[in-house]
Ligand binder design. Structure first.
Ligand SMILES: CC(C)(COP(=O)(O)OP(=O)(O)OC[C@H]1O[C@@H](n2cnc3c(N)ncnc32)[C@H](O)[C@@H]1OP(=O)(O)O)[C@@H](O)C(=O)NCCC(=O)NCCS
Length: 137
């Protein structure tokens, strides 16, 4: 029986550990302690999945709750994948959002076929500014 919690207390160590157990840790700066602590501290909507006392999944988002919700991290412990937890984490996130609010994210290569399967729509108009690129050039 998996329990879902909204904005439960979560330490940087717990967050890093579940990212590593999901494989997403390979694509996140888990060795940069300050960055990982800030990711946990400054996210304002974080849904977690628990098997008893064990953290088995996380959906970390930044949102205004009414118009936009960016979900940088969705991760499920490998031992628990493909049992509905990822979809449930997104559903619990969506429940916290108003009727106009869209969830946006960038798929990791291993998950490009996941999002269309669960109802996400591809947006070819999405743009990002790399940190080493000066805006205006
Ligand atoms: C991608 C991830 C979050 C999905 O969570 P999950 O709990 O395993 O997925 P669900 O159980 O909700 O899957 C729902 C459906 O999608 C399928 N699915 C799951 N992962 C998939 C993937 N990577 N690619 C394609 N389909 C996938 C499931 O088989 C299931 O289909 P079914 O209903 O026909 O059986 C999880 O596998 C994960 O943490 N992966 C590693 C980290 C990662 O890539 N995260 C995404 C960052 S953008």
């Amino acid at each position: 029986m998996i329990e879902y919690k909204v904005n439960a207390k979560l330490s940087a160590d717990q967050f890093i550990d579940v990212l590593n157990r999901s494989t997403l840790g390979q694509r996140r700066p888990v060795e940069d302690r300050a960055c990982m602590e800030a990711m946990v501290k400054n996210a304002n909507l974080c849904v977690t999945a628990w098997d008893g006392g064990k953290l088995v999944g996380v959906a970390r988002s930044l949102t205004d709750f009414h118009y936009a919700c960016y979900m940088p991290d969705l991760a499920v412990d490998e031992a628990y994948q493909r049992s509905g937890i990822g979809t449930a984490l997104i559903a619990h996130t969506q429940k916290q959002l108003g009727p106009r609010c869209k969830i946006r994210l960038i798929a990791a290569p291993a998950a490009v076929d996941y999002y269309p399967k669960i109802g996400f729509v591809k947006n070819p108009q999405c743009w990002e500014l790399p940190r080493d690129k000066e805006v205006g050039r």
